[in-house]
Design a protein around this ligand. Structure first.
Ligand code: ATP
Ligand code: MG
Length: 226
């Protein structure tokens, strides 16, 4: 999973003799939980920055040794040589970031958004998750937009656990139905949950398409015509 061999790192390019990390070799296997302890300033944070690529791709410095992440080479210097970020780094910071992440000492300071849904969506957008959605074919929304047809869409209806199963979904959907009725427009909805698809069908929507996203996930498209 994570392999370091004789990795050394020194912040900056000055003539300072001491490395901030000196000759670190370790092997962390998949599923292992490893605790790194040591006195303040011994290099724990610096080590995590090497693992996530921030040292030296963001915090500049001289690095040497070999780093293998998930079976793939991140960098390897010849013995006694330091790495040239431009030519010796096999993986981009973005690619490393998809595999190696950090949680800050105070995890709250790491959140971007004020609610959990936006927080999750941000990460998915960063990982270009929308591309996977396109694999199963165009969504109803895209079809309608491409054909310049107007519609009312029920979007991301997320109900908090404590409010689930208490009949809140129905009035919300009814609101969409009424709005659409007044404007004489169809209502569309897409859901990845079979149970929700059944519920939408039960309240008068028609299941018109199932898109396959990956091996086990589906997206169900439903319409209620005007
Ligand atoms: N951005 C930086 N530029 C230069 N030197 C740095 C930088 N960040 C840390 N250092 C130095 O690198 C050494 C290791 O610091 P690091 O923050 O990795 O220690 P730590 O083990 O995480 O400490 P703590 O327990 O206090 O969090 C220290 O001597 C520190 O002063
Ligand atoms: Mg630290």
């Amino acid at each position: 999973m994570i392999k370091l061999k004789n990795v050394s790192f020194k912040y900056g390019f000055g003539k300072k003799k001491e490395d901030n990390l000196s000759d670190i070799s370790l092997h962390i296997k998949a599923g292992e939980c490893v605790v790194i302890t040591g006195e303040s300033g011994c290099g724990k944070t610096t080590l995590t920055r090497v693992l996530n690529g921030l040292c030296p791709n963001y915090f500049e410095g001289l690095i040497s040794g070999t780093y293998i992440l998930n079976g793939e080479l991140v960098f390897s210097s010849g013995e006694g040589k330091t790495i040239d970020i431009d030519s010796d780094y096999e993986k981009s910071l973005d690619d490393i970031g998809l595999l190696a992440g950090n949680v800050f000492q105070d995890p709250r300071s790491q959140f971007f958004s004020i609610n959990t849904t936006d927080e999750i969506v941000l990460a998915m957008e960063n990982r270009n998750f929308t591309r996977e959605f396109q694999v199963g074919g165009a969504s109803l929304e895209k079809n309608y937009r491409d054909n310049r047809k107007q519609f009312v869409q029920i979007e991301l209806l997320a109900v908090r656990k404590e409010y689930q199963g208490k009949g809140f979904m129905r009035p919300l959907v009814e609101t969409a139905f009424e709005t659409a009725k007044k404007a004489k427009l169809p209502v569309i909805v897409s859901t990845d949950a079979k149970l929700k698809k059944d519920k939408y069908e039960h309240i008068g929507m028609k299941h018109v398409n199932t898109r396959m996203l990956g091996e086990k996930s589906f997206m169900y498209d439903l319409v209620r015509e005007a």
